[in-house]
Design a protein around this ligand. Structure first.
Ligand code: CA
Length: 237
């Protein structure tokens, strides 16, 4: 997979270099701009995956830039991680309202920064794949993401909404191991009262609904102690 391209917009050189260094260590491609104007020029010729944007910039502020990006179709969905000063509680709220995906308060640790970047890119990947696919069809399994209809060998499969969403996440990440925590994150999001056990229960129901023999699942495979994997080859067989 090609590495993701990240633009860091920050006028304070030390902080900018620190961020660039840590992202480069994680093998991201990095670009830098010390103000909003330069960022906009870079955006015209670069295809980016994420912007790390400081709120306090000379000239055009981080908020103005954020608003400008959200107003253009080509950057309306570009993930933005906003950097704010410690005292700026109000700025933070405004930043999120303005369409930033997340914020980080200065001073922050490089490790925290990298973790946030990874989380945002992961979410954005999922959203992109959800937008690009109107449905899924492999072997005898057919799923319509718009109408929530699932058919197996031409027959409708009845699923609850959560079972459907779990199935969608699985088929959109074929042959990849997904941990219970990751599945919780992707399917249940911020909902409370859910535990990794919830995932197991839904997986079991889903297997009953779509597997030939749910005691010997071939499509939704358990990787003991790790998570689950949707085996697309088995579905195509
Ligand atoms: Ca600044």
């Amino acid at each position: 997979m090609a590495s993701k391209k990240i633009l860091v917009v920050e006028d304070e050189t030390d902080i900018r270099k620190l961020i660039l260094y840590n992202l480069a260590q994680e093998r991201y491609q990095v670009l830098e701009a010390e103000d909003g104007e330069k960022a906009l020029r870079l955006l015209q010729r670069e295809k980016l995956h994420l912007i790390i944007l400081d709120l306090l910039l000379p000239g055009m502020s981080g908020l103005e830039l954020c608003r400008a990006l959200r107003g253009r179709p080509e950057t309306a969905r570009l993930p933005i991680l906003m950097l704010t000063a410690k005292a700026g509680e109000a700025d933070r709220v405004v930043g999120l309202e303005m369409g930033a995906d997340d914020y980080l308060t200065k001073p922050f640790s490089p490790r925290e920064l990298v973790a946030r970047v990874k989380a945002i890119l992961r979410r954005s990947d999922m959203q992109v794949s959800a937008r690009e696919d109107a449905g899924y069809e492999k072997g005898r399994l057919k799923i319509d993401f718009a109408t929530y209809e699932v058919t197996l060998r031409g027959r409708p499969v009845r699923l609850t909404l959560k079972e459907f969403e779990l199935l969608r996440v699985l088929v959109q990440n074929p042959n990849r191991v997904l941990s219970r925590d990751r599945l919780l994150d992707l399917v249940w999001g911020d909902e409370t009262f859910v535990t990794p056990r919830t995932v197991d229960v839904h997986i079991r129901r889903l297997r009953k609904a779509i597997e030939k023999n749910d005691r010997k699942p071939e499509w939704i495979v358990t990787l003991r102690g790790v998570g689950y994997k949707f085996d697309e080859k088995a579905v195509e067989a």
